[in-house]
Design a protein around this ligand. Sequence first.
Ligand SMILES: *Cc1c(COP(=O)(O)O)cnc(C)c1O
Length: 230
Amino acid sequence: MIRKNLDILDQTIREICTNCGRDPKEVQLIAVTKTHPEETILEAYDAGLRNFGENKVQELVPKMEKLPDDIIWHMVGTVQTNKIKDLAGRVDWIHSISKVKYLKELEKRAARVDRIIRVLIQVNISGEDQKSGCEPEDIAEILTYAAGLKQVTVHGLMGMASLTSDRDVIREQFRTLRLLRDEHRRFEKENIRLDELSIGMSGDYDIAIEEGATMIRLGTSIFGARDYHV
Ligand SMILES: *Cc1c(COP(=O)(O)O)cnc(C)c1O
């Protein structure tokens, strides 16, 4: 079923890109595997996927330890300072940096294991959950701080749209994130490149691609509905 879902997705992504004049190669698919066991992840791996994401450190860490070394792991959920040390030795990307204090801790922990970790700044575009993402006016401060880091490179912005069926609202929120990205290009430095826009989940990735997504984070449309909501 996973292979079939991936074939359908691949075709759908191509069509969406063709219709909006984008190259499908610009859109990276990240398979979000939360709640799914390792066998399921391996099925997607065998179908060719290499980019996988989780939203909880305690679920990501054991999966990172057991699954193949060439998987590129993305932490897409909220991070906490005391959990960053568990990620630093293996994670490749963290999409959800929303405060300077997380960058500070990440720099320290990544230095100890001699790694470079790629991050995105998560911005609260829905205006709802205050915990997920920084406010747009905080982006400049975070990027300014990040410019001085050696173990962390910033690659763009991440956002989650409101839980709404109003597609115009979702589009507006994604567009806002793209414009914020464009505005903050002036902060680009050696270790800061704002090329990536991580937007779009199973219900809204078509809108996200039309609005410039370079990373789409999909769970349900690859693996089916999750048994419980997390
Ligand atoms: C679960 C999750 C996704 C994927 O959600 P689906 O709707 O199943 O595609 C994407 N991003 C984050 C941050 C998630 O927690």
